[in-house]
Design a protein around this ligand. Structure first.
Ligand SMILES: NC(=O)c1ccc[n+]([C@@H]2O[C@H](COP(=O)([O-])OP(=O)(O)OC[C@H]3O[C@@H](n4cnc5c(N)ncnc54)[C@H](O)[C@@H]3O)[C@@H](O)[C@H]2O)c1
Ligand SMILES: O=c1ccn([C@@H]2O[C@H](COP(=O)(O)OP(=O)(O)O[C@H]3O[C@H](CO)[C@H](O)[C@H](O)[C@H]3O)[C@@H](O)[C@H]2O)c(=O)[nH]1
Length: 324
């Protein structure tokens, strides 16, 4: 297939691009590099440095794309609470412009990076796709809004749409001569920050809240290896059916508290990771753990790297290679 990958210079999009190319697809990447990295671009893909709002310049009516995989967007739950207008502009309006362009270009398949953040403080654990959606941060609200737009697009125009609701993505894609991992500036995610502390680049990790209703008072998250996550996109592309919007949670079904994550980072790196307890971060749900039964049953998806130790270990390998 000829596929457009938005956000292909970012962490997850650049890994998925490599798997798509390995599977024999032709890939064009749309990314404005606002948070992505030119070095992460797959050399065998075509690159267009274009923003989502201008997607129609790439998705022209005669461009011949079979599908779009949409990763581009802003991703920090914390920032979304202080810059809501930017999150709505990019994650919602930018995504709608992309969808308009895809429709005009006759694109039939669309796979979207949704998130566990759409559920907010879940009414049940593990979280199923049918669980109540009640986001506690603007990031999750923008993602839920675009999920709903995709449902409408499937109803109204017969799009074959899939939303993949990722839980917390971790680990790295490591091949001889290629290492792709999580690298945001400024970094906001727990594992890369803990690795920076272990490496001596930061003095300590600020632990946002230890008074949540969880086993040790810190938030609980479900971590999924970026390669397992990437594989689900290829399965979703194949499973997409015209007029249907399918939605799948992607996680391992095991929750780790933030303190447990810090312990695993200390164990893997062999370095201390000092923490200082700080105030809760606005908008953080206490516990997010997935049921991915639907993805197992309907996509035949099975994670191959489910242990947090392996994810942290791959992230640490990436961190050291990158900083050297
Ligand atoms: N990382 C996670 O744990 C996680 C969890 C759930 C969902 N997601 C979703 O997965 C997707 C990819 O996340 P990631 O971790 O790879 O993020 P990332 O920041 O590494 O990549 C995002 C990419 O999108 C590009 N981009 C952003 N705004 C753009 C715009 N307006 N026009 C064109 N390009 C733009 C950036 O330059 C970057 O290359 C996001 O949609 C995110 O919301 C991520
Ligand atoms: O310096 C830090 C950074 C994070 N945390 C805590 O660690 C946990 C995980 O935070 P992350 O920022 O690593 O990840 P989030 O759970 O907030 O969100 C991530 O996963 C979500 C899905 O679960 C989203 O999709 C989102 O894109 C992605 O950022 C949270 O309790 C957070 O408060 C800290 O205590 N200190």
């Amino acid at each position: 297939m000829k596929l457009l990958v938005t956000g292909g210079a970012g962490y997850i999009g650049s890994v998925v691009t490599r798997l798509l190319l390995d599977a024999g697809h032709e890939v064009v990447i749309l990314d404005d590099l606002r948070t992505g990295h030119a070095e992460a671009l797959a050399p065998d893909a075509t690159f267009a440095q274009v923003s989502l709002h201008d997607a129609a310049t790439v998705l022209t009516p005669d461009s011949g794309f079979d599908g779009v995989l949409h990763f581009a967007g802003l991703i920090s739950a914390g920032d979304s609470m202080t810059q809501p207008e930017t999150y709505w502009d990019i994650n919602m309006i930018g995504s709608l412009r992309l969808l308009d362009a895809a429709r005009a270009a006759g694109v039939r398949r669309f796979v979207f990076s949704s998130t566990a953040a759409v559920y907010g403080n879940p009414a049940e654990i593990p979280i199923r796709e049918s669980s109540l959606k009640s986001p506690t941060n603007t990031y999750g609200a923008t993602k839920l809004a675009f999920d709903l737009a995709l449902t409408s697009e499937a109803w109204g125009h017969g799009l074959a749409a899939v939303s993949l609701r990722y839980f917390n993505v971790a680990g790295a894609y490591l091949r001889p001569g290629v290492a792709i991992g999580e690298r945001h500036d400024p970094e906001t995610h727990l594992i890369p920050i803990a690795l920076q502390v272990a490496a001596g680049k930061r003095d300590k990790l600020m632990l946002f809240g230890d008074d949540y209703p969880t086993p040790d008072g810190t938030c609980v998250r479900d971590y999924i290896h970026v390669e397992d996550l990437a594989q689900a996109h290829l399965l979703a592309l194949d499973a997409a059916k015209p007029g249907e919007h399918r939605i799948y949670n992607l996680g391992n079904g095991s929750g780790f508290t933030n303190r447990q994550v810090v312990e695993v980072v200390a164990e893997v790196t062999g370095q201390p990771v000092p923490v200082e307890v700080a105030h809760r971060r606005e908008g953080d749900p206490a516990t997010l753990v997935a049921s991915s039964d639907l993805a197992h049953a309907e996509l035949g998806w099975t994670p191959t790297k489910p242990t947090l130790h392996d994810m942290v270990s791959d992230a640490w390998t990436f961190y050291r290679e990158h900083t050297q």
